[in-house]
Design a protein around this ligand. Structure first.
Ligand code: COA
Length: 333
């Protein structure tokens, strides 16, 4: 039996740069309630959302991804040709194949980087960061790019009062590369397929094609069941991520949960007994729920507004359809 050379990578990995892209169209609650029986007051009280961003036709999944990635590369001081792998977390690239990651890698000018999409819905960004960290430490990539991007407005039924006001569009990206100290803690992740039906595409594409009046299979959601699961289970997952990283709650500076609902964020913060001084991401108020893009968008806003700074210790928790979840502690780039 031949002895194979093992892959060897960097001792540690970290997020080296972060970028995001917010679509230009701002949609206030007043516009959403034109199509549903609801009110600005109800939406704000039950979800914390005041407005959201929906993409224009020009703001495609690829366009928003490239814009966010260019900013991340520039801030990391990494050239696109140094990227060995592009991972795109999305559920709104409208081609079953090929992956949008290949087109993004090409447009960015990588040197034919490995590129693939992952489907873990709102948990996709944290899945991507975990994979990228392992690729860099395992020796499969010198630098990896992780993008979370969605155009959920394409698959949202604007007449469905249970979802129309929640979902939104945008992109966020990070460059993951070698580091002298650990900048990405161990991931705590998992899934609960018994709850597969709680948030999903309404029907399978073959049923859409076979129907007499084919239309986009929109997202459907049992909001209250998702709310209860996220509020109670995800705080435990966050605590496990802190424990696995060897970080106590007193070392934490920043909390960036998936921006699903402001009340879920508050419930998690209470259950984890976060000290008052820990800054909490609240991007959902202005941006809506952008699924795989929500964590990098929220962290970028915190950096812009001075609520997070380079070197801070941040807890990321992502959760959504599947049900799938992933959490890790990272150092803010
Ligand atoms: N406007 C006004 N009233 C509404 C409404 C709307 N858009 N949607 C529902 N209601 C009403 C219901 O009819 C119900 O009325 P009733 O008490 O008279 O029967 C009441 O509000 C409560 O409905 P419920 O579905 O229990 O609301 P909720 O407090 O769970 O809030 C969500 C609904 C969607 C905001 C909430 O469940 C949620 O955010 N869930 C998680 C969503 C999420 O995070 N999804 C993505 C995960 S990645």
């Amino acid at each position: 039996m031949a002895a194979l050379t093992p892959a060897t990578g960097a001792q540690h990995a970290a997020i080296l740069g972060l970028g995001s892209y917010r679509p230009s169209r701002v949609i206030p609650n007043a516009e959403v309630v034109e199509a549903i029986d609801s009110s600005d007051e109800w939406i704000q009280q039950r979800s914390g959302i005041k407005q959201r961003r929906w993409a224009t036709p020009e703001e495609t999944v690829q366009m928003m991804s490239v814009a966010a990635a260019r900013t991340a590369l520039e801030r990391a001081g990494v050239d696109a040709r140094q990227i060995d792998c592009v991972i795109v977390a999305t559920v709104t690239h409208m081609f079953q194949t090929p992956a949008v990651a290949t087109a993004i890698a090409h447009e960015l000018g990588t040197d034919q980087a490995a590129a693939f999409d992952i489907s873990a819905a709102c948990a996709g960004f944290c899945h991507g960061v975990a994979l990228a960290s392992d690729l860099v430490r395992g020796g499969s990539a010198g630098y990896a790019l992780v993008i979370g991007v969605e155009r959920l407005s394409d698959i949202t039924d604007i007449g469905d009062r249970g979802t129309a006001f929640i979902f939104a569009d945008g992109a966020g990206a990070v460059v993951v590369g070698p580091s002298e100290t650990p900048g990405i803690g161990p991931v705590v992740w998992g899934s609960d397929g018994e709850q597969f039906d709680l948030i999903r595409q309404r029907e399978d594409w073959r049923d859409v094609v076979a129907s007499e009046r084919p239309e986009m299979p929109h997202l459907v959601m049992q909001g209250n069941a998702v709310f209860r699961w996220a509020s109670y289970q995800m705080a435990k997952t966050g605590q496990q991520a802190l424990d696995r990283a060897g970080v106590s709650i007193d070392d934490l500076d920043v909390f960036v949960p998936h921006q699903a609902n402001m009340r879920i964020t508050d419930a998690m913060a209470r259950a984890m007994k976060l000290p008052e001084r820990v800054k909490i991401a609240r991007d959902i108020a202005e941006q809506g729920n952008t699924s795989a893009a929500s964590i990098p968008l929220a962290l970028d806003r915190m950096i812009e507004e001075g609520d997070a700074k380079s070197g801070d210790t941040a807890l990321l928790i992502a959760f959504g359809a599947g049900l799938a979840y992933a959490a890790q502690v990272v150092t803010v780039p």
